[in-house]
Ligand binder design. Structure first.
Ligand code: PEP
Ligand code: MG
Length: 549
C-alpha cells in the first residue's frame, strides 16, 4: 500500500479505481501565416463557437451546481470579449505573421505569466481561467477532441490540475473523487468539487506518469490522504466511515436549501463561526446563511509579526467574495487572556481574563486597530461585511471606536479608496456590564451578538480555562439565560437584531428557549447548522412556556 498526504479540499471517503484524466494538449502545427485577415476571421469564428459552448456549460452548471458556481463560465465569456485579450491575439497575428492558434497560445502564455506574478490570490486564480479559455479556442481551431476520461465506470480521477470547465464537464455519476497534484483549495475547481459533494485532495506527490492508472485507491478527504493499493483492513475501516457518513448526510442533506422556520412561522438565521479561510468550505457545504463570527485574531495568532493591512485585506476579501453577497460578520482582534502572540509584547498579568484583552488592546494601540479597520473597510466593497467589536463594557468605548473609525474613513476618502459607507457595526455582548446596559448600547450600534462563552465566565466568576472549577460551571445558569433575554428585549425595543455566537448557540437543548426569547440568529460551528435547522423546523413556540423566575 502506498500513502500520499496532501491538502483536503472536500471531506468524505472515496473507494475505487484510478482513472487518469487525459489532457489532450494541442500541438499547434500551423505556425506561420501570411494572410492576417483570414487568421483574424478564424479567431473570431472560434470565439463565437467558444462563447456558444460556454453558454451551454453555464446552463448545465446552473442546474447541477447553482448560479454562484456557474458564474465562472460567464467570466470566461467576458474574457473572450475582453479588448486587451482580443487585441493581443490580433497584434500577434498582424505583427508577427502567425496563425490564429499560435497567436492565442502566445497570448495565453503572456497573460498567464502576468496574472500569476501578481500578488493577489483572486488575480492569480484568473491565470488558470485565461489558460482554460485559450485552450478552448485552440481546440476549436485545431478541430480536436475535448479533454476527458475514457472510463464508463465510476472512478477516482487523478490529474495534474483541473480547470473549472473540465470539472463541470465530467459526468458526476462517474466521478467518485478527485486527486490533483496542483491547485489551490480556494480555486473555483475546489469550490465546484465541494459543491458537488465529491471527496477531493490536492497531493503534490501523487504520481502522474500513468503508473497508478487503473489501480485501486482510497481517498480520505477528511484527512487529506490518498492510499494506492489499500490493504483489506483499511478498506473495511474506510467503508464503515463511508456508510456512517452517508446515513448522516442523507438525513441532513434533506434540510439543505430549506428555511430555518418553526412550525408556527418564526424565522431564525443560522450563521457559521470560522477562524480562517480554510473553514469556508464547510460554511458553504453546510448551507449557512452567512458567517456570524469570523474570529480575526487567528490571523494574528498564525503569524510571528503583525499581519500587514494588505495581508488582512486579501483574507477579508476572500471571505466576503466566497460568501457571494451573504452576510459576513468579522470580529476585530480579540487577543489577550488565553490567546497570546509574543510579538504583542503584553505584560504578564495576574488576572489575564480581566486584563488587557479584546477591544481594550485596540483602544490602547490605535495603530494596530487602524490597520485592521482599513483592511476591513477596503474589503467591504467585495461583499456584505459587517464589523463587530469584542468585550465591550461601556458606551464610551463605542464613542472611542467611532472616533477612530471616522479617522480611518477620512484617510480612505483622501486616498480615493472605495469602501461601503453603510457598513453595519455591531458589538459582542459578553460581559455582564454590557448586558445590563444593553438598552443604552442598542442606541449606538446596528446589532448585538451574545458571546455566551465569556458572558458565562464573567457572570459565574468561573475561569473558562480552568478545569478545576469546571464542575461549578452550569452553562444553563438562570443568570445567563435572564441576561440573554434582557439583551434580546433591549435590542428589539431599539429596532436592532440580536444573535448568539457563543457555544451555547449550538446547544440543541436550548434552541426552543432561544427562539421563544426571540433570538434572531444563531452563529455556530458549520457542522451544527443542519442539525439546528432540523430542530428549528420541528419547533412550535406556541406550545412552549419558558419560566425565568
Ligand atoms: C464568546 O465569548 O462567547 C465568543 C463567541 O468569543 P470567544 O469564544 O472567541 O471568546
Ligand atoms: Mg469572547
Amino acid at each position: 500500500m502506498e500513502k500520499y498526504s496532501g491538502k483536503s479540499v472536500f471531506g468524505g471517503i472515496a473507494i475505487g479505481r484510478i482513472q487518469m484524466f487525459k489532457k489532450r494538449r494541442q500541438e499547434i502545427k500551423n505556425i506561420k501565416s501570411d494572410n492576417p485577415a483570414f487568421e483574424i476571421t478564424r479567431f473570431n469564428n472560434a470565439r463565437n463557437i467558444a462563447i456558444a459552448e460556454l453558454e451551454n456549460l453555464y446552463n448545465k452548471s446552473l442546474k447541477e451546481v447553482g448560479e454562484e458556481n456557474a458564474a465562472i463560465f460567464k467570466i470566461h465569456q467576458m474574457m473572450l470579449n475582453d479588448i486587451n485579450y482580443t487585441e493581443c491575439v490580433e497584434n500577434f497575428i498582424t505583427k508577427q505573421g502567425v496563425s490564429a492558434e499560435f497567436a492565442i497560445a502566445a497570448t495565453r502564455d503572456s497573460f498567464h505569466y502576468m496574472f500569476s506574478e501578481i500578488d493577489n490570490e483572486y488575480i492569480k486564480a484568473r491565470s488558470v481561467d485565461v489558460r482554460d479559455v485559450s485552450e478552448r479556442l485552440i481546440r476549436i481551431l485545431c478541430n480536436a477532441e475535448s479533454n476527458g476520461m475514457d472510463s464508463k465506470v465510476p472512478s477516482i480521477i487523478v490529474s495534474d490540475d483541473l480547470a473549472p470547465s473540465e470539472t463541470v464537464q465530467l459526468d458526476k455519476d462517474l466521478v467518485l473523487g478527485f486527486v490533483t497534484a496542483h491547485g489551490s483549495s480556494n480555486s473555483h475547481t475546489a469550490i465546484l468539487a465541494r459543491t458537488m459533494g465529491i471527496p477531493a485532495v490536492i497531493s503534490e506527490n501523487i504520481p502522474l506518469d500513468g503508473s497508478i492508472n487503473g489501480k485501486m485507491a482510497v481517498i480520505d478527504g477528511y484527512n487529506g490522504m490518498v492510499y494506492i493499493d489499500p490493504d483489506k483492513r483499511l478498506v473495511k475501516e474506510m467503508q464503515t466511515i463511508q456508510i456512517k457518513e452517508l446515513q448522516r448526510r442523507n438525513l441532513l442533506s434533506k434540510l439543505k436549501g430549506k428555511e430555518n422556520i418553526t412550525l408556527d412561522g418564526k424565522k431564525v438565521d443560522l450563521y457559521a463561526n470560522i477562524g480562517n479561510t480554510k473553514d469556508l468550505s464547510s460554511v458553504i457545504e453546510n448551507d449557512a446563511d452567512g458567517i456570524g463570527l469570523f474570529r480575526s485574531e487567528f490571523i494574528y495568532l498564525e503569524k510571528n509579526s503583525f499581519p500587514t493591512e494588505e495581508e488582512q485585506f486579501q483574507i477579508y476579501k476572500t471571505v466576503a467574495e466566497s460568501l457571494s453577497g451573504k452576510r459576513v460578520v468579522i470580529r476585530t482582534l480579540d487577543i489577550g487572556a488565553d490567546k497570546q502572540a509574543d510579538y504583542f509584547n503584553l505584560e504578564k498579568e495576574e488576572n489575564p481574563a480581566l486584563g488587557l484583552r479584546g477591544i481594550r488592546i485596540c483602544l490602547t494601540n490605535h495603530e494596530v486597530f487602524k490597520t485592521q479597520l482599513r483592511a476591513l473597510y477596503r474589503a467591504s466593497v467585495f461583499g456584505q461585511i459587517a464589523i463587530m467589536y469584542p468585550l465591550i463594557t461601556s458606551v464610551e468605548e463605542i464613542y472611542e471606536i467611532k472616533r477612530i473609525s471616522d479617522e480611518v474613513k477620512k484617510e480612505l476618502d483622501k486616498q480615493n479608496i472605495p469602501y461601503n459607507r453603510d457598513i453595519k457595526q455591531g458589538i459582542m455582548i459578553e460581559t455582564p456590564a454590557s448586558a445590563l446596559i444593553s438598552d443604552k448600547l442598542a442606541k449606538e450600534v446596528d446589532f448585538f451578538s451574545i458571546g455566551t462563552n465569556d458572558l458565562s465566565q464573567y457572570a459565574l466568576a468561573i475561569d473558562r480555562q480552568n478545569s478545576e472549577v469546571e464542575r461549578f460551571y452550569n452553562s444553563h445558569h438562570l443568570a445567563v439565560l435572564r441576561m440573554i433575554k434582557m439583551v434580546v428585549d433591549n435590542a428589539h425595543k431599539n429596532g436592532i437584531r440580536a444573535g448568539i455566537c457563543g457555544d451555547l448557540g449550538g446547544d440543541l437543548s436550548l434552541t426552543e428557549t432561544f427562539i421563544k426569547i426571540g433570538v434572531d440568529e444563531l452563529s455556530v460551528l458549520p457542522s451544527m447548522i443542519l442539525p439546528l435547522r432540523g430542530k428549528i423546523r420541528k419547533t412550535d413556540t406556541s406550545k412552549i412556556d419558558i419560566e425565568f423566575e
